[in-house]
Write a protein that binds this ligand. Structure first.
Ligand code: ADP
Ligand code: ZN
Length: 626
């Protein structure tokens, strides 16, 4: 698909100019003009019904409805005109010069508009095709190439320790690809950064390039979404072509969900263009050889809508979550963006951090900027705490933030809910302990508790029962503390019920049903489904057994929490204060010590520090939901 060449635009302009000249310059477009003498006699005969006077040009209608135009030697005198009016002729007068004021204005305006539009069109498509030549190429990607490595490094990224840790390997690879090649290591290609807008996905990707000192090539998924079939795919090809010339380098694709949505869901033919674009992206990813030395990073807020093909091994097989920062993280981010801004002595960024739960990096940057503006407007030399307070309110009032701000009560409920999960995981003998608890909101959960899992080959019955109890503990804590329950435990129930059912129907762990496999699971990447092999009566009995099992465990875990109510309160309060508790902090709070040691000695790197969280066998991941 080619875009119309320059010639077409020039031709269009010429035609337009000619047309306007015709319209403006031809007074006789109504056919031959009436002789003035004839006009006068028609007036005398009373056959003229209306006239429009425009200087010495007069047009009008005769009684029989026909139109005429005539030219007087001079504009008719007022007296003459009055006499016409007295005869019952409708007289209108237009300012002279231009057959119609509209045409006179419109045509030049249109011409200029068209010109501007044309230039805009050219510059837009020609822009930023990097050095890939052909400034007017329609099919060139609109990628922006930073041939210089970005100046941002990990030092400029605050509060995303886990993400940075995971990305260090990528940095190493980009710095010394040959080391990896020598070892015959399979190199990661695609990294998916998942997180809400403004949480710093672009920022951290850029920092990876900055750390490794390699070029950073950015594109947005929406750049590839075009009307014409094949254009998006061609742009993808061009993007990777550009990258190959700059390797080793990073390609960053923002909003990858714009191209990466699941294919074949649209009814009636689907979306050919997008499918082709996505296919091309897959082809490019698969086409990497060992020596390609390109890392593709992509960002999305909606990993769930991505085509599973994109997430297969060898493509975007690594996901890194860039969540909203916790209190500590927010303070660090504030510190980074406060650099170069004069702060009054009364300013305490830790307090600001505490006031701004749910704020992401972009919000915090915005907050400091607003505060600086406030101070500047009043001619002050320093930013005060009052400025920061006011700025926080403004950012919070922003349209995007309103829905994100949690009420105090929401936060309390979430804190107790997660504390419940954590306590169960800690106290139950066969449960897995706690790796991390947080009430920082995530995509679909208000908080979560991440168990410290060990790689297990066998799930024992006792362990499964404890697992179910842990899942139910969030709701149990809510009921215990608030004497009321919320809807936030839906996911927990699904997990508990799923485990209970499989214990009975698949793993032969219920005395009544014995060691018979009642169902078989067909695994698919959509999650699998159950293949039933039992009667209706058995089905009913299974449902009852599941219910019994669940309520037994619920009662058990509620009793456990009641017994340890004080610990539950302590953990919940600590969560409200710190938002995220690491394993060490959690242990301390459980023991009744402060979450953070008074004089922080250099925290000895404990064995637990970087524990791998393997994909869980049955039951699914962290316990989300409020
Ligand atoms: P995203 O790509 O996730 O929408 P950005 O990377 O564009 O978000 O972040 C917007 C801005 O917020 C960045 O320019 C950066 O200045 C700031 N920011 C976000 N996260 C952080 C962070 N962890 N540390 C420092 N600044 C951050
Ligand atoms: Zn829960």
């Amino acid at each position: 698909m080619q875009r119309p060449p320059l010639v077409v635009w020039i031709l269009l302009l010429v035609v337009l100019a000619a047309a306007s000249a015709f319209v403006l310059g031809s007074p006789q477009r109504l056919g031959g003009a009436l002789p003035y003498s004839t006009f006068l006699s028609e007036i005398e005969a009373g056959r003229v019904t209306e006239v429009v006077i425009e200087g010495n040009r007069i047009e009008g209608h005769l009684a029989d409805g026909s139109a005429f135009v005539t030219f007087a030697p001079a504009p008719p005198e007022t007296q003459v005109v009055r006499s016409w009016a007295e005869r019952g002729i409708e007289v209108r007068v237009r300012p002279p010069g231009g057959s119609s004021p509209w045409v006179g204005l419109l045509v030049p305006l249109l011409a200029v508009g068209l010109l501007v539009l044309g230039f805009w069109y050219f510059s837009r498509n020609g822009r930023g095709a990097g050095d890939s030549g052909g400034a007017f190429g329609f099919t060139k990607s609109r990628a922006r190439v930073l041939s210089e490595a970005p100046k941002v490094t990990f030092k400029d990224v605050a509060g995303a320790e886990e993400a940075k840790e995971e990305l260090k390997e990528i940095v190493e690879f980009l710095k010394h690809p040959e080391r990896f090649h020598r070892m015959g290591a399979r190199i990661p290609k695609g990294v998916l950064l998942v997180g809400p807008p403004g949480s710093g996905k672009t920022h951290i990707a850029r920092a990876v390039a900055g750390e490794a000192r390699v070029p950073f090539i950015t594109a947005s998924g929406s750049d590839f979404v075009e009307m014409f079939v094949g254009v998006g795919a061609a742009r993808v090809r061009d993007l990777f072509e550009t990258a190959r010339r700059h390797a080793p380098c990073i390609i960053f694709i923002d909003e990858i969900d714009a191209v990466g949505r699941k294919r074949g869901l649209a009814v009636g033919g689907g979306n050919d263009e997008r499918e082709q674009t996505l296919n091309q992206l897959l082809v490019e990813l698969d086409g990497f050889t060992k020596e390609t030395n390109i890392i593709v990073m992509a960002a999305t807020n909606r990993p769930d809508v991505l085509d599973p093909a994109l997430l297969r091994p060898g493509r975007f097989d690594r996901q890194i979550e860039i969540g909203a920062p916790d209190v500590k993280g927010r303070e660090e981010i504030l510190k980074i963006h406060a650099r170069g801004k004069p702060l009054a002595p009364d300013v305490d960024l830790a307090v600001v951090a505490r006031r701004t739960p749910g704020f992401v990096g972009a919000d915090l940057e915005n907050l400091l900027n607003e505060a600086a503006l406030l101070a500047a407007r009043e001619g002050r030399r320093e930013i005060t705490m009052a400025d920061l307070d006011e700025a926080a309110d403004r950012v919070m009032m922003g349209p995007a933030k309103k829905s994100m701000v949690l009420t105090e009560r929401d936060k309390r409920i979430t804190a107790f809910h997660e504390a419940g999960h954590a306590l169960a995981a800690h106290f139950l003998e066969h449960a897995e302990g706690v790796h991390k608890v947080t009430i920082v909101p995530r995509a679909r959960a208000l908080g979560f508790m991440m168990p410290a899992r060990e790689e297990l080959l066998h799930w024992t019955k006792k362990r499964l029962l404890d697992q179910i109890a842990v899942a139910l503990a969030g709701r149990a804590a809510e009921e215990l503390v608030f004497d009321d329950v919320t809807t936030g435990a839906e996911n927990d129930f699904r997990q508990a019920t799923g485990l209970a059912r499989r214990m009975i129907t698949e793993w032969g762990m219920h005395p009544e049903f014995g060691t018979v496999a009642y169902a078989e699971r067909e695994e698919s990447y959509l999650g699998g489904y159950e293949n039933r092999r039992y009667s209706e009566a058995t089905a009913r009995r299974i449902d009852e057994a599941v219910k019994e099992l669940i309520s037994e465990q619920y009662a058990r875990v509620k009793a456990l929490l009641t017994e340890n109510r004080e610990v539950l309160d302590r953990v919940a309060e600590a969560l409200l204060e710190y938002e995220t508790l690491t394993a060490e902090m959690f242990q301390r709070v459980v023991r009744g010590e402060p979450a953070e040691p008074a004089a922080p000695p250099k925290e000895a790197p404990q064995a637990e520090k970087r524990r791998v969280i393997p994909k869980i066998k049955p039951g699914g991941g962290a316990l989300g939901g409020a």
